[in-house]
Design a protein around this ligand. Sequence first.
Ligand SMILES: O=C(CO)COP(=O)(O)O
Length: 255
Amino acid sequence: MNSARRPLIAANWKMNGLKADGTALAGAVAARAKAVGTALAGDILICPPATLIDAVAEALADSPVALGGQDCSAEPSGAFTGDIAAAMLRDLGCSTVIVGHSERRAGHHETDAAVRAKATAALAEGLTAIVCVGETATERDEGRALDVVGGQVLGSVPDGATAATLVVAYEPVWAIGTGRVPTLDDIAAMHRHIRELLAGKVVGGVDVRILYGGSVKPSNAREILALDDVDGALVGGASLKADEFWAIVEAAPRR
Ligand SMILES: O=C(CO)COP(=O)(O)O
């Protein structure tokens, strides 16, 4: 296993949390990470809602836990009411931003081209982009999952990305928040497919970290994270409880 692919366990809090509970949750994760220190098997990232980034940054100070946004604009600045520029995230201490989450692709009509533009804007500001891809239940039932996700990867990943600046998250839409997960064989096959595509698309693509997301919890994390081409997890619901999130962090193998 290549050491460039150090496991990454990322929390996507989505639209959850007010100042008091958000800072308490971040503080609890930071305290555990500090206690383990350099013995941590992987990297840890928290992506709170934009309103909490500043407060969470304070709670994570002096800890090894990194901070990220959940979305950014493709534009650098200007008349885009309600949007947040990549530079603004960086200004608050973010190292990373999630782009193209299926909830934004579906709810905000984000196309592959729009996602690629956002990822490009993130890279231009020195942020790492976590580009999300994933098929719907219908697409999987019709036997099109590999093709659909492959198309999203090729359409959403900027050409200028590298293994240092890009992470891809495979999140089957039907597994998000449902308690359903693909079989280990299906996860392995999809991650292998994504890695092959990345190898042909970006510099050092074979070393890009590919996360699995969708109903990851303490009870299934260890077997998913043990798969060869799975380099970490993007965790929604279970990331809102410090104990559960930490159990997933501890399930990451040392590579
Ligand atoms: O969408 C997800 C992370 O981005 C996954 O959400 P759940 O872990 O709640 O299924």
